[in-house]
Structure formats: C-alpha cells, structure tokens
Ligand binder design. Sequence first.
Ligand SMILES: *Cc1c(COP(=O)(O)O)cnc(C)c1O
Length: 413
Amino acid sequence: MEKTTTLAFDGGKKAVQTTFPWPLFDETDVQAVAEIVRSGRWGNPDCGDSVEAFEQAFAAYCGTKYAVTCVNGSVSLRLALMACGVRPGDEVIVPPYTFIATASTVLEVNCVPVFVDIDPDTYNLDPKAIEAAITERTRAIIPVHFAGLACDMDAIMDIARRNNLKVIEDAAHAHGAEYKGRKLGSIGDVGSFSFQSSKNLTSGEGGIVVTNDESLYRMMASLRNVGRMEGHQWYDHFNPGCNYRITQMQAVLLSQQLKRLEEQTILRNTNGLYLNELLTKIDGITPLSRGSEENRHCYHLYIFKYDPSAFGGLSRQDFVARLAAEGVPCSTGYPHPLYKQPLFQNKNFMCYAIPESVDYSAVSCPVAERACRDEAVWIFQHAMLGSREDMQAFAEAIRKIQRVVIQPGPTVG
Ligand SMILES: *Cc1c(COP(=O)(O)O)cnc(C)c1O
C-alpha cells in the first residue's frame, strides 16, 4: 500500500488513540464526600475537622509549618499580599506571561503591578530583569513557577533579601514540583496554590497559602475568616477580611486527591523528560529548558516552541488545530501578555492609589510577546499522565503533521 497519510484533521486516523480523563477519582473519593453530605456538617469552621486535617497534610507535604485554605487561588494571592503588609501605591513585580490573577490581585490591594519580562528558555521571570525594575516603591515579587517549572529561586531570594522585598510564590501550576529538593511554595515568604478544576490538585475550586512564618500565618487565617482571631469570640473582628472559607466537602476531596499527587507528579516529570528527548529530535520543535538547577517539574503544562519554517510555513494556529485533531490535548496558550489586557491598557482599576503616571501602553516585554504571538505550544497536564507509548504517539503526531505539510500529495486513510 502507498505510504501516504491523512491527518485526523482531514478525516484520517488519529495518531493518539488514548483519551486522558481529568479529574481522576474512584469510589473512595465518592464515599468520603458522601459521608460528609450524610453528616449534614458541611460548613467551616465548627463543623468537624476535615479542613484542618487537609491543611496539616498539605503543609506537611510542602514541608512548611502552616497552611490556610481559601476559596480559590486568586484569593490566596490576595491574602498573601495583605498579610505581607503592602501599602497603597506600592509596586509588586510580576511576570506578564501568566494567568490574570497574578497581576489583578495586586490591583485589588491598591498596588501597582510592574511587569518584568520572562527568560526566553524557561518562560519564568528573568532575575536580571527583576533587579533592573526595583524602585524605592517596590515591596514584593510574585514569581510564578510557570507550567510547573521552578523559577530561579536562589537568585530571586537573594535579590529579595538585598532589597528588603517579600516573595510570594504563585505556585498555582506547581503542586508537588521541587527546586533543589524543596517543594515549590515553601521557599518564599508565602506560597500560593489553586485547586481550580484544571490544576494538578483539584476540588473543582479552592486555594491555599503555605508559610513558615507564624505572624503571616495568623494574619492570613484571620483575613480568611472575616477578620476573627483564634482564641477570641465569634463576634470579635480584628482585621479587614472576608468569608473566604472552603467547605468540608472540598477538604475531604482534597485529602483524597492529595494521596495521589506525589505519584502523579513523578509520572508527569518522567514523561516530560522522555518527551523532551523525543521532541528535541524533530526539526522546528524546541522543548523549553528545565533551567540549570536540580529540580522536579510537575508539567501543569508541557511547553515547546514551534518554528513554522520547519513545517512548510504552517501557522502555529493551524499546527495546533491539527495536533489537537490527532488526539493531543493542546493549545497555543495566551494570545498576548497581561499588560495588553483592556484592564491595563484602559486603566480600569477601580482603585485610586495608583499614580496617574502609571502607563501600561508603554510597557514592552519582547520575550513574552514572542511567546504569545509566535512560539508557544502547550500540552495539558492530564495528557502528561499517559504512558510512555502515549509520549511516543505525541511525537509521532507531530512528525506526521510535518511529513504531510512538507510533502502534500495524493492521500489515503
Ligand atoms: C489558576 C491560577 C491562579 C488562580 O487560581 P484560581 O483558583 O482560578 O483563582 C493564579 N495564578 C496562576 C498562575 C494560575 O494559573
């Protein structure tokens, strides 16, 4: 038979036959939640100890003394910023290649997000660029461990110490990932995680902060619980917090899910290393670097750079549409860096502490812009839980597209 191929996009057979369900659960998860439902003790606090039990388990997993759950991974950043004592008009350094919450929570606490470009090889904050962006108003840095890859934390902690800045790790992509043997989220002043449904540890929605600092812990626990303080009366409110509490149902589900996290993380890391090996051999495909330090990547996203010139000029958009049709769960990611959002361009801040002189139309982070416009392709975390054969099938899907677009001709299924 003629050795030609039809892309799944054009009605051919998919290169990847496996499907990748997410979230993963079994009867023990259903039982644990059902038990809480039957008990009628759903709320928090004073309705049992599932929330506290999960907080202790997650803190122990991260190697921190304390953890405080909250409704999502945006509020967790807000709690961290408030507890760190930022003041109106202070500047907070953030990357532009991240989810909106990393920057919008800075606005919510009346501070100015200052966008610092990412490193072209890792897509994480570039420490050299951080140093250059520090002013006398800078109060904190929010490094995002993007895709689950550790930022250069030695360099960032060193900059923070020398400039008296707080470090809030946005670890929303980084559950179970490590830097030099330490869990991400445990290195800065506070680590912030999300349990939203796409994240590597999930209860549908939810968030948590971890810290080793007792006073930050006490403040975040108070802010999460309408400003109440431990050891005081129910109607005594000390701090400007809100009700950011999760339910007992979420907490038991998270405790169940946490039991699987380490194993899943190791599998994603192993698959990522193998996929790097396979994709590096394909002309026009460059997997992101894993940085120079010893680490464990948790591949919330597996990212590679795409060069259309090795694919007969096929645009990245068209490539990703074909790759997805072959059965690889993937996307081109963010269409533009955060500072291009109308929120920043139009200064719709609903906040009056931001100086008139702040102007995001003048911001330019060329590396982030290139990642958004030209380069990045994301494969989603649940696909990284596949088998070694699945990784081979991902590589084959890419090679298949390359063959077809470079040598179009008569095709058979
Ligand atoms: C998901 C995410 C958040 C916010 O989490 P939510 O739980 O959706 O509020 C914050 N930062 C990053 C980098 C994220 O990906």
